[in-house]
Write a protein that binds this ligand. Structure first.
Ligand code: 4AD
Ligand code: MG
Length: 428
């Protein structure tokens, strides 16, 4: 019977069939130890010369990543709990592999990135992407269980949502289209239709600099809620992040262990998160000895300094309007400030959430579109959302890759997505 390695515990003493690939192999004159992986785990199959000489010869010559079918009895490891072995009785090679490029020795990261399609088979990459899948599932469940309607935003769009400097432009049947930077504008229309809506998909930004936190293609989840204010937005973001962390801790312990993640850092992610205003964050930087100009945006390094002041995500609100996109609502108490929030993850993983209240006064919005030198016509549909029943609303976007990097404890986002797209990388 074909059994997956993750289910071996249920089959101790039985003879089963494994289907997988050779992860590693070592041997002596009398025995060959094959580490077999099938995507759900790795198990050692022991091939004894005394049992079957032909099988032993086959096992000895098998190259790394050859695919095979192994029959054998499942035995519990005599000393290590939860570890099993297979006493092989038959071995069939399905596809020989020779000179697999990724060997157990150390490789440079560019080499590994060039072989990303193969690198995904390794233990660490496997653990990271399983955690990613858990996070994606936690995200969907969170909103689905709370009355949000999933509304898919388009990928081709006539609108710049997050400034014009990072747009990917493409020809569109004689017109110009952009790859979406964010589904937010569409979620605002959806909030009027559904009350609570969210979109979840890939978004695109032609980031011109190489950093460890920026991809050209990344996944973002964007909830938008009618009649919610900034305080409600902060509560939602906080609760949502706690939900994701709890799910990863509950279901992906083994993968976190593979990555040697310090779990205590994740266990301390509990409500409430610190909430500070832009000027307080500036003060943190200045207190740390940084010569920071009021009105500037925080760079990656600044975010890390601020984050290191807290052991939980920190929610920074009320940035100067000049730093923010055209759609933000101004603070009525100080119109130079936006009713916005950036959530900065602890331990230096950077901004994981950006969001806030949206301007819903048509005249003010149109003035902002002009001020940002955006084409009024392209936003005519967006202005309709104000023309026909304007309503206060707020939402945010959470970047999946930075969240995965944070949960996994890995510094660079390139390993958090199966096939990263970056400034200098379109392949594989
Ligand atoms: O702060 P951002 O630009 O916000 C928006 O796009 C809003 N329209 C979202 C909304 O309110 N509905 O991006 C949101 C998040 C960031 O906090 C970050 O986690 C992630 O998206 N992000 C990136 N992740 C990887 N690579 C990039 N180039 C990213 N740019 C933003
Ligand atoms: Mg942002």
């Amino acid at each position: 019977m074909h059994v997956y390695i993750e289910d071996l515990a249920k089959h101790v003493g039985e003879t089963v069939t494994l289907k997988g690939w050779l992860y590693n192999s070592r041997g002596s004159k009398k025995m060959q130890f094959l580490e077999v992986r099938d995507g759900t785990g790795i198990v050692q199959a022991i091939v004894k010369k005394a049992d079957d000489e032909a099988m032993f010869e086959t096992a000895k010559t098998l190259g790394q990543e050859s695919s095979m079918i192994v029959d054998g009895e499942v035995k519990a490891h005599p000393k290590r709990e939860g570890v099993f072995e297979i006493a092989a009785t038959s071995l069939t090679v399905v596809g020989h592999a020779a000179d697999y490029p990724i060997t157990p020795k150390d490789h440079g990261v560019e080499f590994l990135m060039d072989h990303r399609h193969l690198w995904l088979r390794s233990k660490r990459q496997n653990a990271i992407l399983r955690i990613r899948a858990e996070i994606v599932s936690a995200i969907r469940d969170y909103f689905d269980d709370r009355g949000f309607t999933l509304v898919d935003a388009p990928i081709f769009t006539p609108n710049a949502c997050e400034g014009t400097s990072t747009l990917f432009e493409t020809e569109y049947h004689g017109d110009t289209a952009y790859l979406t930077q964010s589904g937010q504008l569409y979620m605002e229309a959806a909030a009027a239709a559904f009350g609570k809506a969210y979109c979840f998909g890939p978004t695109f930004r032609a980031e011109k600099s190489k950093t460890r936190r920026h991809l050209a293609e990344f996944w973002m989840v964007e909830p938008e809620v009618a009649f919610m204010d900034l305080a409600g937005d902060l509560d939602l973001a906080e609760d949502f992040i706690c939900h994701i962390v709890q799910r990863v801790l509950a279901n992906r312990r083994q993968e976190l262990a593979t990555l040697e993640r310090d779990i205590s850092k994740l266990e301390s992610i509990q409500k409430p998160f610190p909430r500070i205003r832009y000027e307080e964050a500036v003060q943190v930087l200045r207190d740390s000895g940084k010569d920071f100009t009021f009105g500037d945006d925080f760079g990656g390094e600044d975010e890390t300094i601020i984050a290191n002041h807290f052991d939980k995500p920190v929610m920074i609100t009320h940035y100067p309007m000049s730093l923010k996109a055209f759609y933000f609502k101004r603070d009525p108490e100080d119109p130079s400030r936006a009713l916005c929030v950036d959530v900065i993850a602890p331990e230096g993983y950077g901004e994981v959430i950006g969001g806030g209240e949206r301007e819903y006064d048509l005249d003010v919005l149109e003035a902002a579109i002009k001020e940002h030198e955006l084409p009024m016509d392209a936003f005519s549909w967006y202005r309709d959302v104000r023309k026909y029943g304007a309503f206060p609303h707020a939402g945010f976007g959470l970047g999946v890759e930075r969240t995965v990097a944070w949960m996994c404890g890995i510094k660079h986002v390139r390993e958090t997505i199966p096939f990263p797209r970056m400034l200098n990388r379109l392949s594989p």
